[in-house]
Write a protein that binds this ligand. Structure first.
Ligand SMILES: NC(=O)c1ccc[n+]([C@@H]2O[C@H](COP(=O)([O-])OP(=O)(O)OC[C@H]3O[C@@H](n4cnc5c(N)ncnc54)[C@H](OP(=O)(O)O)[C@@H]3O)[C@@H](O)[C@H]2O)c1
Length: 340
């Protein structure tokens, strides 16, 4: 079966996704009988479309040489928004990996709405539209009978959403705990080794692990966004950021970490959901965990989650993610899962 893809957003994740489509094409065809063809692509330069399929190597070469897809010979066009790309392309799946914008969700939100209206499925790593409009997007998708898979939006390659939504589908999730922000986990680790917060942050920025503007990470909002997605997708509760208590790591001192160590404990930024009656108490905050707690072993470079449920017991999953390939691979697995 041929599956036509419109790949929008060609940065760290989008480019790796295209590489994986190239690399895994025949394996996916053999295992799943899916022939993945990229019929459209888009970035800030505009778009490129060809109903018979664009040459993925050519797109990657354009990006490597610093050009946008608008420069794609014959089929590229500048001055196109991503909504224009979706409107005019022939594709079955929108693969949306533009930047996460938490102010208005754009350009991802409008692009996704347009794709749903055109009965396209969606695979995305982009948190913004889901955090701001999860219920709206899924209601539209249900009406149009299309799927939105977003397993890459929480902890990249770690299948947190798949475990909670699909694998615990018949369970009541009684508790979720997660270390879902790599940057703060790195910083807390460095501070536990005695480094001051400012210098640990600066070091992470030099290594390209922390953003120049670290607010989203260190104030807990990135983890909070992921918890909103988990609450909607896995706990099946309509949830927005307003429903969470959020505290970041700015006030944690090296002395706090050393005091914790002296008591056989560690301090981690934990995204937590605890079932209380019919609802969940949701928080993101630095927490003292016993060294025996599974998340205590999740150090810098790793992320990890723990689910507790009524009939599936306790599930602990962790990932080491040093580059965007696992995230791109998660988007690829979503494309495949749309057709399973
Ligand atoms: N990096 C990771 O490991 C990771 C992990 C989990 C989730 N995510 C999420 O995945 C998404 C992509 O991340 P990334 O690291 O690949 O980001 P990135 O490197 O900044 O790439 C963003 C892409 O979006 C395009 N873009 C930005 N604004 C646009 C607009 N108005 N119209 C069209 N295209 C636009 C950019 O175009 P140009 O190429 O022309 O600049 C670029 O190709 C984000 O939502 C991120 O939160 C990333």
């Amino acid at each position: 079966m041929q599956v036509r893809l419109a790949v929008v957003g060609l940065g760290n994740v989008g480019r790796r996704f295209l590489e994986l489509v190239q690399q895994k094409h025949s394996l996916i065809q053999k295992r799943f009988d899916l022939d993945l063809v990229v019929t459209a692509a888009g970035d800030t330069s505009g778009g490129a479309e060809y109903f018979s399929g664009l040459d993925v190597a050519k797109i990657l070469e354009l990006k490597r040489s610093g050009k946008g897809v608008a420069a794609y010979s014959q089929h590229g066009r500048g001055e196109m928004t991503m909504v224009d790309v979706v409107r005019s392309c022939h594709a079955d799946v929108l693969v949306e990996n533009t930047l996460t914008n938490l102010t208005d969700g754009e350009p991802g939100l409008s692009t996704m709405r347009e794709a749903i209206a055109r009965k396209m499925h969606i695979a995305t790593a982009n948190k913004g539209p889901l955090v701001l409009a999860y219920q709206d997007l899924f209601a539209r998708a249900e009406k149009q009978n299309v799927k939105i898979l977003h397993s890459a939006t929480v902890a990249g390659g770690l299948p947190v959403v798949n475990i909670g939504r699909r694998d615990l589908g018949a369970s009541e999730i009684t508790k979720f705990e997660g270390i879902v922000n790599g940057t703060t986990n790195h910083i807390l680790d460095a501070m536990a080794r005695g480094e001051a917060y400012e210098s640990a942050l600066q070091h992470m920025q030099e290594l390209g692990i922390a953003e120049a503007d670290p607010t989203l990470d260190v104030d807990g909002w990135d983890a909070a966004n992921k918890l909103v997605i988990i609450a909607n997708a896995c706990l099946r509760r309509p949830t927005t950021l307003k429903d969470l208590r959020v505290q970041g790591i700015r006030d944690v001192t090296p002395k706090d970490l050393q005091d914790a160590q002296a008591k056989g404990q560690v301090i981690k930024l934990v995204a937590r959901a605890v079932k209380q009656g019919d609802n969940y108490e949701l928080s993101v905050k630095p927490e003292w965990l016993d060294a025996s707690h599974p998340l205590a072993s999740v150090h810098g470079g790793y992320m990890g989650v723990l689910y507790e449920s009524d009939i599936n017991g306790q599930i602990f999953a962790t990932i080491r993610e040093e580059n965007p390939y696992p995230t791109a691979a998660a988007v690829l697995r979503d494309v495949i899962n749309i057709y399973q």
